[in-house]
Design a binder for this molecule. Structure first.
Ligand SMILES: NC(=O)c1ccc[n+]([C@@H]2O[C@H](COP(=O)([O-])OP(=O)(O)OC[C@H]3O[C@@H](n4cnc5c(N)ncnc54)[C@H](O)[C@@H]3O)[C@@H](O)[C@H]2O)c1
Length: 263
């Protein structure tokens, strides 16, 4: 069987749940060798158990992406296990509180930026060095529609994701001459661990059909749909694409979708 990632060595952060887990499952089916990372070791073990993959092909490493030394060690562990790093998915992320602009809390900003922004920066730094030396590689960062428009998350979360989009472009410029591509996906509302409270609440009040109803496709996203977009950007099918942020959002950010304007 030939897969789109045969023999590629991939690191995926946030692989214990949601989009990261779905990406690990898809990458495994496409023939990749995997170094999976998450700060939640039990969740990571569940992901590993769910994979259709020879155990030799997968490693799991508890990692806190907000700790620079952890990310450095993660990239080194992948190099030791597989001899190279072809793909990095900087996917781990956390949500933030939603205080209005007049009530911002610096500690909350720092907590969110440490994971959502610096975690990505560290990943691009250490994997980027390896990939530059190899003269090949692909990095896919998970940003968010919240980084494109306001209103889809708290202020620290949205700003962290806007910064990820910009850091993606900058890294693409820095790494392009080495044959290394850097792109981002911007998920819209997707059912995962992060959004569970939103889904639980909507279901409890019988309003599940409202979720995603403002998207042009009139529904919310599934982690597998994000995994498919991440696979595309990580694979050689995207060999001439770099520095881009691909919204995977059912058309949500394509439209102003003003209430009452549709016939
Ligand atoms: N679900 C959505 O609607 C949505 C929308 C836009 C963007 N995103 C982004 O998608 C990415 C994946 O999130 P998800 O929705 O699958 O959520 P999730 O909560 O299901 O998965 C996130 C995973 O990241 C891990 N993680 C959190 N902090 C970490 C850290 N410091 N170090 C290592 N691992 C850490 C968690 O343990 C968890 O397993 C995130 O970057 C998130 O911001 C999600």
């Amino acid at each position: 069987m030939t897969g789109r990632l045969d023999n590629k060595a991939a690191i995926i952060t946030g692989a214990g749940s949601g989009i990261g887990r779905a990406t690990a499952q898809r990458f495994a089916r496409e023939g990749a060798r995997l170094m999976l990372a998450d700060r939640n070791a039990d969740a990571l073990a569940e992901t590993v158990a769910s994979l259709e993959l020879d155990p030799q092909q997968v490693r799991a490493r508890p990692t806190d992406v907000s700790v620079e030394a952890d990310v450095d060690a993660l990239v080194n562990a992948a190099l030791e296990a597989f001899g190279r790093v072809d793909i990095l998915c900087n996917n781990a992320g956390i949500s933030s509180s939603r205080e209005p602009a007049m009530e911002q809390d610096a500690e909350e900003w720092q907590r969110v930026l440490n994971v959502n922004l610096l975690g990505v920066v560290y990943g691009m730094k250490y994997a980027g060095r390896v990939m530059a030396e190899q003269r090949s590689g692909a990095i896919v960062n998970t940003a968010s529609v919240a980084g494109i428009r306001a209103g889809a998350g708290g202020n620290p979360y949205s700003a962290s994701k806007a910064a990820v989009i910009n850091a993606t472009m900058t890294a693409a410029c820095d790494l392009g001459e080495y044959g290394v591509r850097v792109n981002a996906v911007c998920p819209g509302l997707t059912e995962t661990g992060m959004t569970k409270p939103v889904f639980d609440y909507a279901r409890n009040i019988g309003k599940e059909q409202k979720l995603g109803s403002r998207c042009e496709l009139r529904r919310y996203g599934r982690p597998e749909e994000l995994a498919a977009a991440i696979l595309f950007l990580a694979s050689d099918d995207a060999s001439y694409i770099t520095g881009q942020a691909l919204a995977v959002d059912g058309g949500n950010t394509a439209s102003l979708n003003m209430p009452g304007m549709k016939v």
